[in-house]
Design a protein around this ligand. Structure first.
Ligand code: ZN
Length: 181
């Protein structure tokens, strides 16, 4: 059975246009990603939206038709049911460190520490750092602008005050002049 365009769109949106396993986006891949059946159709999985995962070509290829056959066979991480941080920790170097058996199996099966993916995580982190810096820069510029506006208002008040003082001085001088002789 093929997935309707409507369901496909729903799965894309739900995944925020990124691979639910590795985080690569449509923008990174310069094209739409694939739809993975978490429980493979070949092993009895259905087209129900809950069983559909938005997935990049690489992850889909590595995952293939994996489905645990034996009761003690390792389980694959289901990103629709469990948060990534249940199974992995992202290290400073960009690698994923598995903290559960499912995490270890998933990292190995889907090659989640493939070098381009590590580079992708590092670049994303760098972008986030740059965004934070830019945001701080914006707030500093805003503050400077406010200061300038306050300074301009103060200067204007000062100018008016000087004008008034000059006016008063002139009045005083004028008053003194007739009787001064
Ligand atoms: Zn992926």
């Amino acid at each position: 059975m093929s997935i309707s365009e409507e369901v496909r769109e729903q799965v894309r949106q739900r995944a925020n246009y990124a691979c639910e396993y590795c985080g690569v986006t449509e923008t990174d891949a310069a094209g739409q990603l694939t739809i993975d059946h978490f429980h493979p159709q070949a092993r009895g999985g259905t087209d129900a939206p809950d069983n559909l995962i938005y997935c990049c070509h690489r992850c889909n290829e590595y995952k293939a038709d994996y489905w645990p056959q034996e009761p003690d066979a390792p389980l694959l991480w289901n990103p629709r049911l469990q948060a990534a941080n249940t199974h992995f920790v992202e290290l400073a170097g960009g690698e994923l460190y598995a903290i559960t058996a499912t995490g270890t199996f998933t990292v190995n099966r889907l090659r989640l520490n493939r070098p381009p993916l590590i580079a992708h995580r590092l670049r994303r982190r760098q972008n986030a750092d740059e965004q934070r810096l830019l945001a701080r820069l914006h707030s500093v510029v805003n503050l400077l602008e406010q200061l300038h506006a306050q300074e301009a208002a103060l200067l204007e008040e000062h100018r008016i005050l000087l004008q008034e003082q000059r006016h008063v001085l002139r009045l005083l001088l004028n008053r003194q002049e007739p009787g001064g002789t």
